[in-house]
Design a protein around this ligand. Structure first.
Ligand SMILES: C[S@@+](CC[C@H](N)C(=O)[O-])C[C@H]1O[C@@H](n2cnc3c(N)ncnc32)[C@H](O)[C@@H]1O
Length: 297
């Protein structure tokens, strides 16, 4: 089984505007598709640091003296770059979310298509799983989670069904699918369930919090003229990335100086990039990808 097929490979790596004797970061190594393309474009004096919190990704590490794989969450970007005596970098790429390997391994519990434990941890060392959420969050917290991270209109109904069915622990994907079977609209079952799974996964891995922390640190470590190239797969992520590039923060407006002039940190490079029909035909997982590229001012 292929570990992962890289999405928007050419555009995202071109977006880094790779130059000689420079330092790059691949924040989401996975199967290493983007890292390999970056290494193929870099010269002998350049360096690439890659992060991945999933220990399975380490098996894809690349034997190249210019390459270092850091088995950590990208929310520790600055800390681990500093450990390697790096203060500033020339480009950062992030291909957010879950790899095909994670989705396609039933024991990881990411996919509603397979029977597996309600796990969904990207970092297997973490204790907190989707099972803990499903069995211990109160009804209001569950409803809020499904509404905020799944954008589900019937979030309250879904939460209430889960709580009513907790007479025995809900421990597997199959059990969860059965509990929710009655609220799933006919013909659209998978779409709604996929949103429930997305919400649980975002909560298990604190995806919104770590993405925010990563973006703020990117702003701090990128040199002027350095590039940020980010691929996201759902609107919650994309909204954060878009706002951050526009405003340098997660609010609807940029910070202003004493004279009311906006303080800008990034310049957008080109328009939003989405995959061509051919890429989607060859790799269905590319269908929701959105690439944003920006240059640090
Ligand atoms: C979509 S895949 C990246 C695939 C990769 N670009 C490739 O070409 O194979 C996302 C990867 O990022 C990792 N990941 C997601 N969030 C992370 C985080 N906060 N810190 C570190 N790694 C993360 C996941 O474990 C997964 O392996």
């Amino acid at each position: 089984m292929m570990y992962h097929s890289p999405v928007l490979l050419t555009a995202s790596v071109l977006g880094l505007n790779i130059r000689p004797a420079s330092v790059y970061v691949d924040a989401t190594f996975g199967g290493g598709g983007h890292s390999r393309a970056i290494l193929n474009t870099m010269d002998g004096q350049s360096k690439l640091f890659a992060f991945d919190q999933d220990e399975d990704a380490q098996r894809n590490s690349i034997d190249d003296p210019r390459f270092t794989l850091l088995p950590h969450n990208f929310s520790h970007l600055k800390r681990f770059l500093k450990f390697h005596q790096i203060d500033k970098v020339d480009g950062i790429l992030a291909d957010l979310g879950v790899s095909s390997h994670q989705f396609d391994t039933p024991e990881r519990g990411f996919s509603l298509r397979f029977d597996g434990p309600l796990d969904m941890r990207m970092n297997q060392q973490q204790a907190f799983t989707a099972e803990a959420i499903v069995n211990t969050y109160d009804e209001a917290a569950l409803a809020e989670l499904f509404y905020a991270y799944g954008e589900l209109r019937n979030a309250k109904k879904i939460a209430s069904l889960i709580v009513q069915n907790r007479t025995t622990e809900i421990t597997t994907t199959t059990q969860l699918n059965q509990v929710l079977a009655n609220v799933l609209p006919k013909g659209n079952e998978h779409k709604v369930l996929a949103k429930v799974y997305q919400a649980l996964r975002v909560e298990v891995n604190k995806e919104m919090e770590v993405l925010k922390s990563f973006l703020v640190q990117s702003k701090e470590v990128l040199k002027a003229g350095g590039r940020l190239s980010v691929i996201s797969y759902h609107s919650l992520e994309d909204r954060l990335v878009k706002r951050f590039i526009q405003n340098g923060n997660f609010d609807s407006e940029p910070e202003k100086d004493a004279f009311g002039n906006p303080t800008l940190y990034f310049k957008k490079c080109g328009a939003l990039v989405v995959p061509e029909a051919q890429e989607i035909n060859e790799n269905n997982r590319a269908r929701s990808a959105k690439l944003r590229i920006a240059e640090r001012l």
